[in-house]
Design a protein around this ligand. Structure first.
Ligand code: FES
Length: 193
């Protein structure tokens, strides 16, 4: 019994054996157990946090990455990061930040291993375009004329955004949101003065 593999129980979900060399996050995702991990397991968010219910003494020590984040967001002592925490021995019972199965679609499963962009951080320049007084403008013009003007405006911006190696992230109504600097630093914009 002394050498039995450590075991973890996720409240309202499942119990499984866990390799001491796998973080709780990694072990859960390997098993197909949903676990949130917005930064991809890099100690740069707090979405993999869990509440320790039993067996705190069986968990690994807090490492420097976790300590840094804990200090920043003031995590309580009985809350740990699944991507930085291992079960060394015995049994542990934890609760994730999810209530029931309706939350599952929000959580990444095995995508963590397959999608190398998860958790990637970039320094980008952002552009948000929004037309001032758009609602009264819409009220005073014919619907198809408004659509035409929006399309024309977006088309002009698209060309400028492309020239500066930007990408349009989203367009909604009269709003356009773009980002620059994905593959290389943004080109300098000529001064308008
Ligand atoms: S996944 Fe972001 S801190 Fe663990």
């Amino acid at each position: 019994m002394q050498n039995a593999s450590p075991e973890i129980t996720l409240v309202n979900d499942t119990t499984f054996k866990i390799e001491p060399s796998d973080s709780i996050l990694k072990a859960s995702l390997k098993k197909g157990v949903p676990f949130c991990c917005e930064c991809g397991g890099r100690a740069r968010c707090s979405t993999c946090r869990f509440l320790v219910l039993e067996g705190e003494e069986n968990l690994s020590e807090i490492n420097s990455a976790e300590r840094k984040l804990r200090t920043h967001i003031h995590l309580p002592e009985n809350v740990r990061l699944a991507c930085q925490t291992y079960v060394k021995k015995g049994e542990v019972e934890i609760k994730r930040i999810m209530n029931d199965e309706s939350d599952y679609p929000l959580y990444l499963r095995n995508k963590l291993i397959k999608n190398e962009n998860i958790g990637k951080e970039l320094r980008l320049s952002l552009l948000f375009l929004d037309i001032r007084n758009f609602t009264p403008f819409v009220e005073q013009h014919l619907a198809f004329d408004v659509i035409h003007i929006i399309r024309k405006l977006f088309f002009s911006f698209e060309k400028i955004i492309e020239y500066y190696d930007g990408k349009i992230i989203e367009t909604v109504g009269d709003g356009l949101y773009a980002a620059f600097g994905f593959d290389k630093p943004p080109k300098p914009v000529p001064s308008l003065l």
